[in-house]
Design a protein around this ligand. Structure first.
Ligand SMILES: C[S@@+](CC[C@H](N)C(=O)[O-])C[C@H]1O[C@@H](n2cnc3c(N)ncnc32)[C@H](O)[C@@H]1O
Ligand code: SF4
Length: 387
């Protein structure tokens, strides 16, 4: 039985970090009650748009992402969870996550969030070195992050740290000490992101003008390989390219989406993918601007800036792209069920045979997956494999 996931976007942050291109807006003022009322109305409206087969699925994960959803009042989180409960059945072991910025005021709210059902907290630690935090334009310092981590663990046992590596002045020892700290406090999940320079960010302008010099590809690879080896030796599974978890602590929300199950995205700029009342696979994207989002919901009930009915080619491409990121790979039976076509028809047969022969891909039961040899070659493999 397939399960459904729900993503709820909170689009505001205290300030905009210079590397971030997420849909996050530095706030002057906003009306939280109005925004949440729109999210609730949108959930009703999207529910009405769903195919019956989707309405009968259980919700296995709710993810409050941002932006900085830890700025929300706990009662708002409660209202959204209650609305979802009124529409759908939930799985017994549903995962309800909130991203949290590690400033003390927000971290102290974690207990309250937990009392409304949140059982997983993802903290944007980024680094535990004050000079690097400053470089990243963060609002918190290392001691505040450590305090936030304590608060998070006092509220829930499923805690994730986001950490960033590959910063210009970062040494492997700096990174090692971040990872050591994560191990010392026993966080069961660690997301390790390589710093990427995204368009429309302050870092992009610096980078373009040679004022920010990024580490070269070999250094980045050295950090990645080191991280993978170190965390795997210490009991973490590298279950997705950037994600490491102890057994049973993989992020259910992301895994469900990467396995190409349906998800609904509500809130400004949120994405979704579900089967609509006509039986089409629909990819949705909401208006990014919070005020325009609110206006559209009030006027029309929905705030899509873009929708696309996905054909078999788009589905197979996305399924392979997402599924191959996972250690367990992509399930070819699922791909065939969705598209009604043989999975071979989406792949270059010669390339597939060659990659299998060379040990760059392997089949395990119904799953096709990358191997130890090809883990870092995902993009090249996809490019050559897809017809
Ligand atoms: C949506 S952000 C939310 C977390 C929360 N707002 C915070 O910053 O603490 C999710 C994560 O993406 C990562 N991230 C964002 N932009 C990035 C970039 N350009 N390169 C690498 N990681 C990035 C950061 O680790 C961040 O914690
Ligand atoms: S990294 Fe987090 S806090 Fe910084 S702007 Fe992006 S979403 Fe906001």
């Amino acid at each position: 039985m397939k399960n459904l996931s729900i993503y709820v976007h909170w689009p505001w942050c205290k300030s905009k970090c210079p590397y971030c291109d997420f849909n996050s807006h530095s706030y002057k003022q906003y009306d939280e009650d109005e925004y949440i009322a729109c999210v609730l109305a949108e959930l009703d409206r999207v529910y009405a748009n769903l195919h019956d087969s989707q309405k009968s699925q259980k919700v296995c994960s709710i993810y409050f992402g941002g932006g900085t959803p830890s700025l929300m009042q706990a009662k708002s989180i409660g209202l959204v969870i209650d609305k979802i409960k009124s529409l759908f059945d939930l799985t017994d072991n549903i995962e309800i996550s909130t991203e949290c910025n590690p400033t003390s005021a927000e971290a102290q709210k974690m207990q309250e969030f937990a009392s409304f059902g949140v059982n997983r907290v993802s903290i944007g630690v980024q680094s535990l070195r004050n000079d690097l935090l400053k470089f990243l334009g963060r609002e918190h310092d290392a001691s505040e992050a450590m305090q936030a981590i304590k608060y998070a663990f006092s509220a829930v046992k499923n805690v994730n740290f986001d950490l960033i590596y590959g910063l210009p002045e970062q040494k492997l020892e700096d990174w090692q000490s971040d990872l050591d700290y994560a191990l010392k406090v026993g966080t069961p999940h660690i997301s390790c992101y390589q710093l990427t320079i995204e368009k429309n960010t302050a870092f992009y302008n610096l980078y373009k003008n040679n004022k920010l010099i990024m580490p070269n590809v070999d250094t980045q690879a050295e950090f990645f390989n080191y991280t993978r080896k170190f965390l795997m030796e210490n009991g973490y599974e590298n279950y997705e390219v950037s994600n490491f978890a102890k057994d049973g602590f993989e992020c259910k929300h992301n895994v469900n989406i990467w396995q190409y199950n349906s998800y609904i995205g509500v809130g400004a700029g949120a994405h979704g993918r579900y089967i609509n009342a006509h039986g089409d696979y629909l990819a949705t994207q909401n208006i990014k601007s919070p005020s325009q989002y609110v206006k559209a919901i009030k006027e029309k009930g929905l705030a899509y800036s873009k929708t696309e009915v996905l054909g078999n080619d788009a589905i197979s491409f996305e399924m392979l792209l997402l599924g191959l990121r996972l250690k367990q790979g992509v399930n070819l039976t699922h791909l065939e069920e969705i598209t009604g076509q043989n999975s071979d028809s989406f792949m270059n047969k010669q390339k597939l045979d060659l990659f299998l022969k060379e040990g760059l891909l392997e089949k395990s039961g119904d799953n096709l997956r990358l191997t130890e040899k090809s883990y870092h070659l995902l993009n090249q493999i996809i490019e050559e494999l897809l017809v």
